[in-house]
Design a protein around this ligand. Structure first.
Ligand code: FAD
Ligand code: NAP
Length: 336
């Protein structure tokens, strides 16, 4: 059923006020294809869990909430399992399901908000693991032809918080389901990132299970990241910039503390949080729009901020960081 003038405040984790001219929730593929076929001239904005968007205005046209559900084992061997998950399933529920089944591979990605169908969009990642590490394939509907097409890992062109769906094929496909290739035995744990090992050893765990790793990740996340249910936010607002080694070395002359991480292809990743903090913005607040006091990469809504106010704050951060370091931060969050 199409609903007119629908408030989107509960549908975005920033919790900003915005209205959709029309709103519809879609529960299966047949309905999805029929909807696009019947609405060729209208503007359609696809919505998942709303945890990676900033709504700076009311949305004209139709907002289409993806609510396809289902989790199914489609292939299995003694070592591996391929799980097919429909796009509307909550990512963190899938992580919990996998922990219950002892399927390994996504334990470091615990507590990331959002839906399964959105996970390939920016190749979600955290604590040294990215979706691409377990991604088998996905099926996406071509918005123009309404055909369902198969994308393997190569076709998705995954990069650091990037994929073909955010670049060349932006707004051309709706991802309907994703297949994950997970381990049933000999789980390959990623423990070297940040304080995972410290948290495990503080709990006296020498030989962690995937559940132990997920619990460590959850406790680290809860200690520094704001819960959107309590303080509106969309996670990291900007992408970590990737720069050449030469530029990084030049910056280190004036900023010897600048943290850099080798990306493996001769480039250096710079934590955007460090740039924002050094530019003086950590904990900054303007009205109800602010920069989180524990993590400068997360912009927050203290209650009544509008999307436009948060966007103005983001732009002032971009300008100040560029002036100070010569690096223009690019939003990771999708701006509407
Ligand atoms: P939405 O915000 O609903 O949509 C994002 C974009 O994808 C929109 O442009 C939308 O049109 C499009 N889209 C949505 N569904 C589909 C679909 N089925 N097909 C095609 N296009 C679609 N991200 C990380 O990578 N790592 C993290 O550790 C992380 N931590 C976070 C922590 C917090 C507290 C928050 C609030 C966010 C965090 N994020 C993180 C960002 C966010 O959770 C992810 O990017 C997530 O995948 C977004 O999913 P969503 O369903 O909420 O997307
Ligand atoms: P953090 O651990 O304080 O690290 C700060 C930054 O340094 C991160 O952005 C991270 O890059 C980089 N980094 C740290 N250790 C690294 C290593 N060993 N190798 C390569 N890069 C390293 O970051 P945080 O804010 O608390 O977040 C923890 C993890 O959750 C990170 O992976 C982060 O990406 C993820 N996260 C993402 C979002 C989002 O919305 N995208 C929100 C919250 C948390 P990477 O970001 O590349 O890991």
């Amino acid at each position: 059923m199409i609903q007119p003038n629908k408030s989107l405040q509960a549908y975005n984790t920033f919790g900003v006020a915005s209205t959709a001219e029309f709103f519809v929730e879609i529960f299966d593929r047949v309905e999805l294809a029929a909807f696009f076929k019947a609405h060729t001239t209208e503007q359609i904005t696809v919505l998942g869990g709303g945890s990676n968007i900033l709504l700076t205005q009311n949305l004209s046209g139709i907002v289409l909430k993806i609510s396809l559900t289902g989790i199914e084992v489609v292939e299995e061997s003694p070592q591996e399992v391929i799980l097919e998950v429909q796009a509307g399933e909550s990512w963190n529920d899938v992580v919990s399901y996998c922990l219950d089944q002892d399927y390994g591979g996504i334990e470091n990605l615990a507590l990331i908000p959002g839906q399964m169908g959105t996970a390939p969009m920016q190749n979600i990642g955290a604590y040294g693991v990215e979706l691409k590490d377990v991604f088998d394939s996905c099926v996406a509907m071509n918005r123009e032809t309404q055909e369902f097409e198969y994308f393997d890992r190569e076709a998705c062109a995954f990069g650091y918080r990037e994929s073909v769906f955010k670049q060349k094929l932006k707004n051309k496909y709706v991802i309907c389901s994703v297949r994950l290739r997970l381990t049933k035995t000999n789980h390959r744990l990623t423990l070297d990132y940040g304080s995972i090992k410290d948290v495990l050893s503080q709990s006296g765990i020498d030989n962690p299970s995937i559940r132990d790793v997920a619990a460590a990740v959850i406790s680290i996340r809860q200690s520094k990241l704001p819960d959107p249910k309590i303080l509106g936010n969309s996670g990291s607002f900007f992408k970590n910039p990737i720069i050449t080694k030469k530029t990084a070395d030049q910056l280190k002359v004036n900023y010897p503390q600048l943290p850099t991480y080798d990306t493996g292809d001769g480039q250096q990743k710079i934590p955007a949080a460090w740039l924002i903090e050094t530019a003086g913005y950590k904990g900054f607040r303007q009205g109800d729009a602010g920069v989180h006091k524990h993590q400068a990469l997360v912009l927050v809504n203290y209650g009544q901020a509008t999307g436009a106010e948060i966007w103005r704050l983001a732009q002032s951060i971009q300008d100040k960081v560029e002036k100070e370091f010569g690096i223009r931060l690019m939003p990771e969050v999708n701006i509407y």
